[in-house]
Design a protein around this ligand. Structure first.
Ligand SMILES: Nc1nc2c(ncn2[C@@H]2O[C@H](COP(=O)(O)OP(=O)(O)OP(=O)(O)O)[C@@H](O)[C@H]2O)c(=O)[nH]1
Ligand SMILES: [Mg+2]
Length: 228
């Protein structure tokens, strides 16, 4: 009887926990985003003076009502080139991936123009014209094509929208994300969304978290939550 009651009590009081993986090039704004999410859902001051992440940061936030009573365990991993090989070890246990893009460092966000044979720009011109667009495309494609991310919901965040020199979210969606998805078999079989945000000011962060909550719950038969 004791064990039955204890089991019922644990069942009634436990909450679902989902792991969210923040990925993206170095300097995209992942750690800033993690700080912003923490301060949005827990009474704390965000530490917005970030340094490049070597390794990982992790925080768990409980979403308050009217959100569903769940925990999000958010993993922020370093985006520097030498650290990207570690990302795949997080894929099997994550419930959603957030790919953060620096919207000021991807030129005009049109990957079709990268392969235009009529232009033959010098490396300096490439940097100026396209920023890190090609690198961003290749890294996103790599994530989508990895077998361990199959079916995992993907949120692409066009970050740094507070800056005047940012590219609009619609251009990032049409010129970059849609085209990467079209060229990758992993794109069509998952929930995905492209949203604008500023991790620095907080604009768009709640919308992003709400989308994540709804999608991980939708996908819970394929990737069940941990009960806590
Ligand atoms: N203007 C603006 N700056 C931002 C925003 N988000 C991040 N930054 C700045 O971008 C720089 C890099 O931010 P981080 O959060 O450290 O970037 P990261 O993706 O964690 O980088 P790694 O740890 O190297 O992978 C910092 O100077 C941030 O203040 C934003 O929304 N707007
Ligand atoms: Mg970081």
């Amino acid at each position: 009887m004791y064990h039955l009651l204890k089991g019922l009590y644990l069942y009634a009081t436990s909450k679902e926990e989902y792991s969210i993986l923040l990925l993206g090039l170095d300097n995209a704004g992942k750690t800033t985003l993690l700080e912003r999410i923490k301060s949005t859902y827990t009474p704390s001051q965000p530490n917005l003076k970030t340094v490049p992440t070597v390794g990982q940061n992790v925080s768990t936030v409980a979403l308050p009502p009217p959100n569903p009573p769940i925990y999000l365990k958010i993993w922020d991993v370093g985006g520097q080139h030498s650290l990207r090989g570690l990302w795949q070890s997080y894929y099997t246990s994550c419930h959603a991936i957030v790919f953060v893009i620096d919207s000021t460092d991807i030129g005009d966000a049109d990957i079709a123009s990268l392969s235009d044979p009529s232009s033959n720009p010098s490396p300096a011109q490439v940097d100026e014209q396209y920023g890190r667009l090609e690198e961003c495309r290749a890294v996103l494609e790599n994530i989508l094509q990895h077998s361990d991310t199959e079916g995992v919901p993907l949120l692409v965040l066009a970050n740094k929208q507070d800056r005047e020199d940012c590219v609009e979210v619609v251009r990032i969606k049409e010129g970059l994300v849609r085209k990467v998805f079209e060229g990758s078999k992993g794109g069509s079989v998952r929930d995905s969304r492209v949203l604008p945000c500023s991790a620095l000011t907080g604009t768009g962060v709640e919308e992003a978290v709400e989308w994540l909550c709804s999608r991980v719950r939708w996908n819970k038969e394929a990737r069940p939550p941990v009960m806590r």
